[in-house]
Write a protein that binds this ligand. Structure first.
Ligand code: ATP
Length: 601
C-alpha cells in the first residue's frame, strides 16, 4: 500500500508550488525559466496584435508603406524577443539543470527515506517506493521545459491578443473571448475525469510494480511451494487491471477533448459570422477583419489541444503528489539532544504502544530493567509483543506512553547515529547486499580495514567457509547468493555485528530456522558476539535461554512474569506451562521419530 492522496483537481498554482518545492536549490532557475516563457508568450501575443495596424496600413488606399514597414519592424522585434526569451527558458531545460533537479530530488527523497520512521516506511511496498523514487521523479521533471512552455503560451498568447484587440475594437475582443466562458467548465470537467484516471493508472502502476518486485524476490519460495503458477495468475490479474484502467483513462479523456475541439470550431464560426455582419454593415474594416481571422486561426488550433496537454500536466501533478506523500512522513520528534550514554543498561518505563491502524495495543504498561552486560530473554506466545519491545528500543516508532532509556538517557534525546552506535541487531532473515562478502561484513563499520573485517569473520566462525568461496572475501554475493546456507548467512550477519562492536546486542532468535550442525556453528559465533555486552534475545525455543540472567514472559501485550529459569519453573505460572508444553512436544516428537515407520519391522 501507499499513503492516501487527495483527489481534488489541482490548481495551476498548487502545481507551481509543488514544482518549486521539488526543484529545491534549483528553484530560482525554474522560476527564471517560467518567467522567460511567460514573457516570450506576451511577446508573441503582441506580435499577433500587430496584424491589426499592419493590415489596416496594407489595405489603406493608397497603401501606407511607411506604416507597413514600421509595424512589420515592431512585429519582427516582438518575434525576436519571443525567440530570445523562449531560447533563454529552454537553456534551462537543455542545460544540466533538469538533470540537477532530478538528481537532487532523488537525493532529497533518499534522505527522507533514511529519516522516515520505520513504521511509516513499512507502510510502503518496495515496488511502490521504487516507482516513486525512479519513474515518478522523471515524470515530474522531464516535461518541465517543453510542456510548461506550451501551456503558458496557450494561456498567455490569447489573453495578450485579446487585451490588445480591446484597444482596437472592443467588439472583436469580445468575439475572440467568446470561446473562454464555455471552455473553462469543459476544461474543469475534463481535468476532474483525467485526474481520477491518472490516480487510478498511477496506483495500478505502483501495484503492478510492487507485485513484480515481490514475485521476482519470492520466486524461489513460490517454486518450492508449487505456487509459482497461481501467483503468476495474480500478477497477470494486476497487469490486466492496469490495461483496463489505462483503456478507461483514454476513454474518459476522449469526450471532453472532442467537445473542446468542437467548441473552438463553433467559436470560430461565430466570430466569422459576426465579423462578416459588421463588415457588411460597414462598422468593421476589411483590414481589421482579415487581421482578426489570422490571429484567431493562429491560436484556436492549439487551444483545441489544450485538454490533451493538460493530461500530461496532470501526470506530472500526480507524480509530484506521490513524492509529496514520501516527504509528508515526518521523522520522529526528538528531545533536546543529550551526549551519548556512558553505560548501557536498558530501561523500559511503563511503555505502551499501539501500531498505527490497530485497535488493540501491542504493549501495555511494560516496565523492565535490563542490567548492563547481562542477558535478558523475551519469551511468550506469537503476537504477545516481544518484537514490538525490541522495535521500540531501535526507534522503529515511539511508544504512545512511557519512556525507553539507555544508560539513563531517554532514547528520544539521542541522535540517530548515537542510538545506532549503541545497538547491533541480528535478525532471523539476513539481508545480503549485491556486493562482495568483504563489503557486506564491512557494513558493520564502514571504516574498518580488510584485516579487521577478516578478524570479525574469524570470530564469527565464518572465515573458513568464506575462504572456500571462488574468490574468497571478494566473492560477489550475487554470484553465490543462493548457495549460501542459512547458517552461513547468519554468521556473515554476526560478523557484521562483531565488527560494529555495539554495547547492546539484540538477537531475534537467529538459530530458530537452522539445522543442528549450523545451529552449533552459529551458537559459537553468538557466544563470541554477546561476551560482555547487554544482550536481549527473542526466544521461541525455551531450551536456548535457560541460562539467561533474566527472562521476561509476555502474554497478550502484558509483561506477566519475570525471573530466572529455575525460579519461573518453581512459580508454576505462564512460563512453566510454556516450558511444559515445549518439553512434551519434544518428547512427543522424539517418540514419533523413534517409532518404527509403518510397514517396516
Ligand atoms: N507492523 C505492524 N502493524 C500492525 N500490527 C502489528 C505490526 N507488527 C505487529 N503487530 C501486532 O502487534 C502485536 C504484537 O506483535 P509482535 O510482533 O510484537 O509479537 P511477537 O511476540 O514478537 O510475535 P512473534 O513471536 O510471532 O514474532 C500482534 O498483535 C501483531 O499482530
Amino acid at each position: 500500500m501507499s499513503p492516501p492522496m487527495s483527489r481534488a483537481i489541482p490548481r495551476f498554482s498548487d502545481t507551481y508550488r509543488r514544482l518549486i518545492l521539488a526543484a529545491g536549490e534549483q528553484a530560482p532557475a525554474v522560476r527564471r525559466m517560467l518567467l522567460c516563457f511567460a514573457l516570450a508568450a506576451v511577446a508573441q501575443g503582441l506580435a499577433f496584435a500587430c496584424f491589426f495596424p499592419l493590415f489596416s496600413a496594407l489595405l489603406a488606399e493608397p497603401t501606407d508603406v511607411s506604416a507597413v514597414a514600421m509595424w512589420l519592424l515592431v512585429m519582427a522585434l516582438a518575434m525576436a524577443a519571443d525567440l530570445l526569451l523562449a531560447w533563454r527558458g529552454h537553456a534551462f531545460e537543455y542545460g544540466a539543470a533538469v538533470a540537477d533537479v532530478t538528481h537532487d530530488l532523488r537525493l532529497r527523497l533518499g534522505r527522507h527515506l533514511r529519516a522516515m520512521p520505520m513504521q511509516s516506511l513499512a507502510a510502503w511496498r518496495t515496488g511502490d517506493l521504487a516507482a516513486t523514487l525512479g519513474g515518478n521523479i522523471d515524470e515530474a521533471v522531464a516535461p518541465l521545459g517543453s510542456l510548461v512552455q506550451v501551456i503558458i503560451r496557450l494561456m498567455v498568447v490569447p489573453a495578450t491578443s485579446i487585451l490588445v484587440t480591446l484597444a482596437v475594437d472592443w467588439r472583436m475582443a469580445l468575439a475572440m473571448a467568446l470561446i473562454f466562458p464555455l471552455a473553462v467548465p469543459i476544461h474543469r470537467w475534463q481535468r476532474r475525469a483525467s485526474m481520477a484516471e491518472h490516480h487510478a493508472v498511477a496506483e495500478a502502476h505502483a501495484r503492478t510494480n510492487a507485485d513484480i518486485v515481490e514475485y521476482t524476490q519470492g520466486l524461489a519460495v513460490l517454486r518450492s511451494l508449487g505456487q509459482a503458477g497461481p501467483r503468476t495468475a495474480r500478477l497477470g490479474a494486476a497487469l490486466a487491471h492496469l490495461k483496463t484502467v489505462q483503456e478507461e483513462a483514454m476513454g474518459a479523456a476522449l469526450l471532453p477533448t472532442l467537445l473542446m475541439a468542437g467548441l473552438v470550431e463553433l467559436g470560430l464560426l461565430v466570430v466569422l459570422a459576426l465579423g462578416l455582419a459588421w463588415v457588411t454593415q460597414g462598422s468593421l474594416s476589411v483590414a481589421a477583419f482579415a487581421a482578426l481571422l489570422v490571429v484567431i486561426l493562429r491560436f484556436s488550433e492549439p487551444l483545441a489541444l489544450f485538454n490533451e496537454l493538460t493530461q500530461v500536466f496532470d501526470l506530472m501533478e500526480s507524480a509530484l503528489l506521490r513524492m509529496d506523500a514520501v516527504v509528508a512522513a515526518k521523522p520522529l520528534p526528538n528531545l533536546p539532544p543529550s551526549p551519548p550514554p556512558r553505560h548501557h543498561e536498558v530501561r523500559f518505563e511503563a511503555v505502551s504502544f499501539t501500531y498505527a491502524g490497530d485497535s488493540e495495543p501491542a504493549l501495555k504498561e511494560v516496565s523492565a530493567e535490563l542490567a548492563e552486560r547481562t542477558m535478558t530473554a523475551l519469551v511468550g506466545p506469537s503476537g504477545s509483543g516481544k518484537s514490538t519491545l525490541v522495535r521500540l528500543l531501535t526507534r522503529y516508532a515511539d511508544p504512545q506512553a512511557g519512556t525507553v532509556r539507555i544508560g539513563g538517557i531517554d532514547i528520544r534525546a539521542l541522535s540517530a547515529n548515537d542510538l545506532n552506535r549503541c545497538l547491533s541487531v541480528v535478525f532471523q532473515d539476513v539481508y545480503l547486499f549485491d556486493d562482495t562478502i568483504l563489503e557486506n561484513i564491512r557494513l558493520g563499520r564502514p571504516e574498518a580495514s580488510d584485516a579487521e573485517v577478516e578478524a570479525a569473520a574469524r570470530a564469527a566462525n565464518a572465515d573458513a567457509f568464506i575462504r572456500r568461496l571462488p574468490q574468497g572475501y571478494r566473492t560477489p554475493v550475487g554470484d553465490i547468493g543462493g548457495s549460501l546456507s542459512g547458517g552461513e548467512r547468519q554468521r556473515i550477519s554476526i560478523a557484521r555485528a562483531i565488527l560494529k562492536d555495539a554495547p547492546i546486542v539484540v538477537l531475534d532468535e537467529p538459530t530458530a530456522a537452522l539445522d543442528t550442525e549450523s545451529e552449533r556453528a552459529v551458537q559459537t559465533a553468538i557466544d563470541t558476539l554477546v561476551r560482555a555486552r547487554t544482550v536481549i534475545v527473542i526466544a521461541h525455543r525455551l531450551s536456548t535461554i535457560v541460562g539467561a540472567d533474566q527472562i521476561l514472559v509476555f502474554d497478550n501485550a502484558h509483561l506477566v512474569e519475570r525471573g530466572r529459569h529455575p525460579d519461573l519453573l518453581a512459580a508454576n505460572g505462564r512460563y512453566a506451562s510454556l516450558w511444559k508444553a515445549q518439553q512434551s512436544a519434544k518428547s512427543w516428537h522424539t517418540a514419533a521419530t523413534d517409532a518404527p515407520c509403518p510397514g517396516k519391522p
